[in-house]
Design a protein around this ligand. Structure first.
Ligand code: SF4
Ligand code: SF4
Length: 248
């Protein structure tokens, strides 16, 4: 009996040896970021290379922690932006930023958006204050990679993805309709699927109606998600490991 219980203790360990691995060796490997992940900001440029920032300071005004400092200046003869002014000084203090994205929402020109990168840290306070030299995208439209940032593929894609789901005044008629200008190196970014639109393969995002059916009114819930059948479908979706075991 004693020997049985001794070897019985290894049953769970042995069972796990044959199960699919669900962890990744972070930070050597990273999981793909969510489309709406808020990370390190970028200042975007138009396709002709001009900066989108017009130095209006709305982002600085709306920032709840006051970590943005902007000074606008009249454009010179060789203009930096298409507006009357441009962002002459632009700073974000990442020791304060809470990545709420209110600055992104307030910006009238989509000049400031966020990448997916959150793996960056500093050894002194000066490095935590990003200036235009770090924030403005390079000539290919890509975020500049700083020595203390751990960029991987896909982390500069879908910048500010969450804002590309919104429609003016929440009107469903405008969901999926682009309302922003093209960007240097990227062109016109795709709209994210809205609450009533279909999944958008370009953004890889399910429509919210598919993902959050529980929050819908009963009439809007898909037929396969209703009643007992719907409960079983949801249960199966939440327990992939059990299904694999059963199938084996
Ligand atoms: S994300 Fe929020 S906290 Fe960070 S700079 Fe923008 S408004 Fe300020
Ligand atoms: S980033 Fe946008 S909101 Fe901020 S100063 Fe530039 S144009 Fe204005």
């Amino acid at each position: 009996m004693g020997a049985m219980s001794f070897f019985g203790g290894f049953r769970l360990t042995l069972a796990h040896l044959t199960r699919p691995t669900v962890t990744v060796s972070y930070p050597q490997a990273k999981r793909p970021k969510q489309p709406r992940q808020h990370g390190r900001h970028v200042l975007n440029r138009y396709e002709d290379g001009m900066e989108k920032c017009i130095g209006c300071e709305l982002c600085a005004g709306v920032c709840p922690v006051g970590c943005i400092y902007v000074r606008g200046k009249d454009n010179p003869d060789d203009p930096v932006s298409p507006g009357e002014r441009y962002g002459y000084v632009y700073e974000i203090n990442y020791l304060r930023c809470i990545h709420c994205d209110l600055c992104v929402e307030a910006c009238p020109t989509q000049a400031i958006t966020e990448s997916k990168l959150f793996e960056f840290s500093f050894t002194n306070r000066a490095d935590a204050i990003y200036t235009k030299a770090e924030l403005v995208v390079d000539d290919a439209g890509e975020p500049r990679h700083l020595p203390w940032e751990d960029w991987r593929e896909g982390e500069s894609a879908m910048t500010g993805g969450w804002m590309r789901a919104t429609s003016p005044a929440g009107a469903a008629d405008f969901e999926g309709v682009t309302q922003w200008s093209a960007e240097l190196g990227v062109g016109l970014r795709e709209a994210e699927a809205g609450q009533s639109g279909p999944a958008n393969p370009a953004t890889g995002t399910k429509s919210l109606r598919e993902a959050y059916y529980k929050h819908l009114s009963p009439a809007d819930v898909p037929a396969e998600r209703r009643g007992l059948a719907g409960m079983l479908t949801a249960l199966r979706a939440r327990t992939p490991r059990r299904r694999i075991k059963g199938a084996a």
